[in-house]
Design a protein around this ligand. Structure first.
Ligand code: ZN
Length: 434
């Protein structure tokens, strides 16, 4: 496809106008002039009319629990502990693999609808999730949830050691590297030191990334310090050698200045989840301070039970505004920093170094927005318009590795009606059984 006479964001996220050529899954031309004029033999297939459109790098959602679509709208307005232990966990206990699969497809369709090209997903049912990723064409880093409630259990004695190894051998970097496997520790409070150490070691041996929750709530953070001889969750994970492989740490709301040094020196990525943190009243992450510390800060939706959507442009809007309000400083987190968090930083976090920006040689992971509406007018600064005024529903096309996976209401790879119907059936059956 040749995106023609289109406004686009270059690799610095500056707005330019011209042509972006996609062939064999990659961007092979970016420039002001039509590449077929100088080389008429170049065949791009479809010529996409860029009038009234904005081409952006595809969006990255670095923290999701996609099959939790099943819980959308189910447990609302509850305090966090009650929400988790009395509503979410009992519901999740009843989810079967055959129900997780259509929910995963619904989540993927929803993300594609809003310009997401790749996501990091922490959940169970990894075979079904991998199947949905394979069929849909989206990219994902999947980790199989690991929750340890026994303080003495050893990883060697858990079935997870073998199943994690099997997931890595079966799926990691398959589908032309669209699918990656990470290893998971749920959190400091749902794990034990032996398991944290052993999973970190296994990640090192297998050469894969890790994905955890970190300092989401004040209670978690303070109780960790009491339990672990004064160590914060970040210091605790570091002390166990867990950060030797690249890690995505979700939330980091209650991290302290020493934690930012730990995260920065270990190259740990932070996934900020502003919607989830507000909905569960967890607080406001110190994003400006973490950016200043040189940490790779990215954007996540979290599961829909605490959001309630995968419309990441809503999260981007919150991310761009929230930390200004929380710090009382309107100069922190620029529109460009916000968009970088949602694109290139996310790609880096997932180990996708040839994606995340519109540049020659990169994977063609992009989205097109219709910017002809009144909320994009006047078009003096399209980057600001996109971040502060753009809507998820402005996305008209999402492309992954050069393949169009969403366009003008159509999902070429997903039977959305069926997935929605089966998800509805599944949720009703689970609710009826509770
Ligand atoms: Zn989470």
């Amino acid at each position: 496809m040749l995106f023609s006479e289109i406004d686009y964001l270059d690799s610095n996220l500056d707005v330019l106008h011209g042509f972006v050529g996609v062939r064999d899954g990659r961007i092979d031309y970016v420039g002001a002039n039509d590449p077929t004029h100088s080389n008429p033999a170049l065949d791009y297939g479809e010529r996409y009319n860029g009038a009234g459109k904005l081409l952006i790098p595809g969006l990255y959602n670095t923290h999701a629990h996609a099959p939790m679509v099943l819980l959308r709208g189910y447990a609302e307005n509850l305090p966090l502990q009650q929400w988790l232990y009395e509503a979410v966990f009992p519901f999740e206990d009843r989810i079967r693999a055959a129900q997780a699969y259509p929910a995963m497809l619904v989540a993927i369709a929803e993300m594609l609808r809003f310009g997401v090209v790749s996501f990091s997903d922490m959940y169970f049912f990894t075979e079904e999730r991998a199947r949905a990723v394979a069929e849909s064409g989206i990219k994902a880093n999947l980790c199989n949830g690991l929750m340890v409630f026994d303080p003495d259990v050893r990883y060697e004695d858990m079935p997870d050691k073998e199943s994690n190894e099997r997931f890595v051998r079966s799926y990691h970097n398959t589908l032309d590297e669209r699918l990656k496997i990470d290893l998971n520790i749920h959190s400091e409070y749902i794990s034990n030191p032996q398991v944290v150490q052993a999973v970190g070691q296994q990640a090192l041996e297998l050469g894969v990334n890790t994905h955890i929750h970190l300092s989401e709530t004040a209670r978690e953070h303070e109780e960790c310090k009491q339990r672990r001889g004064g160590l914060t969750p970040a210091a605790y994970f570091e002390s166990l050698g867990f950060f030797k492989q690249p890690c995505v740490a979700a939330h980091c709301v209650h991290t302290e200045p020493e934690d930012w040094q730990i995260l920065a020196r270990n190259g740990v990525t932070v996934s900020a989840n502003p919607a989830s943190n507000m909905k569960l009243a967890s607080g406001f992450a110190p994003v400006p301070q973490m950016l200043a510390a040189g940490i790779n800060v990215t954007l996540g939706t979290d599961g829909v039970a605490s959001n309630n959507s995968h419309n990441i442009l809503k999260d981007l809007y919150l991310f761009a505004l929230l930390y200004k309000g929380a710090t009382g400083d309107p100069t922190v987190v620029t529109a460009k920093e916000a968009l970088a968090a949602a694109t290139i930083n996310g790609a880096r976090a997932q180990g996708r170094l040839d994606s995340g920006s519109i540049a020659v040689g990169n994977r063609a992971d992009v989205a097109v927005l219709d910017i002809s509406g009144p909320w994009f007018s006047p078009q003096t600064d399209l980057l600001n318009n996109l971040v502060y005024a753009g809507q998820g529903s402005d996305v008209v096309l999402t492309m992954v590795d050069g393949a169009v996976l969403y366009r003008d209401g159509i999902y070429p790879t997903i039977d959305v009606k069926r997935a929605i119907f089966e998800t509805q059936q599944a949720t009703q059956a689970i609710l009826a059984s509770l």
